[in-house]
Design a protein around this ligand. Sequence first.
Ligand code: 13P
Length: 292
Amino acid sequence: MTIANTVELVAAAKRDGYAVPAVNIVDDLSMRAIIAAAEAAQSPIILQTSVKTVKSMGAEIIAGIYKNAAGAVSVPVALHLDHCPDRAVITEVIKHGWSSVLFDASDRPLQQAWDETREVVKECHAAGVGVESEIENIVGVEDGVGSDEATHSYSNDKIVEVADDTDTDLLAPALGTSHGMYKSSPVLQFDRVTELGKLTDKPVVLHGGTGLSPEDFERFIANGVAKINISTTVKLAYMHAARDHIAKAEETGKWEPVKMFDDVNKAVQATVTEHINEFGSAGKAASNGSAA
Ligand code: 13P
């Protein structure tokens, strides 16, 4: 049984100097491809669902596939709800056995974000579910959530004060990255991770992994990042493989969906494997002790 606890996976990564890949799924095909990449590399893995994916597939169906797919491999696999400002969705996924949630309160004024984060942590912890917290917004729109404008930003002291007071498990501060493809070179805040690490033991999460270089990942991890979120690049691998397969079917007249799924599976696996290697999580499945 390898259904894992997100907070334990990330704490082990922070302790041992690597980052757990947190990869967004869009359906069962992408979920199985990501798990297969993790199993082949013996890496712990976090599957992430956007609110959009939860609404499109339904929490019960996602949970059923996750439990069966994660239960069939030897590596620890956690299930995380990505950017969620909607507390009803958090309550729904807690009911269906998610390992952790990102309560995205970055659209609220500070005091409201602070108070609601405290309530969400209480609700989640009562069910054994971990909480990542975002009170300043990471730029970019991800599956309909977020903004292209930086609307809230706070000092490191304030971020840590709110996290300590609310008992948040993981921090998602703005680090100069953004969701989606970069339109211009980002100004990455590597030192902010180091500064936060002087104030708290709580692990730091890096969002907006698509478009960063292996050297960028290495520097963020060396400074203390222990969970890295990847979405857009996996969606592109998925869609490009499907497009190429359909173009080939047009030429050959062979229309076989299962063969297209094989191509998508291979493309998603290859992208995830690349990131597992860049994040240093290959071979770390056995060392984190978090399988439950
Ligand atoms: P990208 O889409 O830029 O990879 O970011 C993913 C992410 O941060 C999900 O929370």
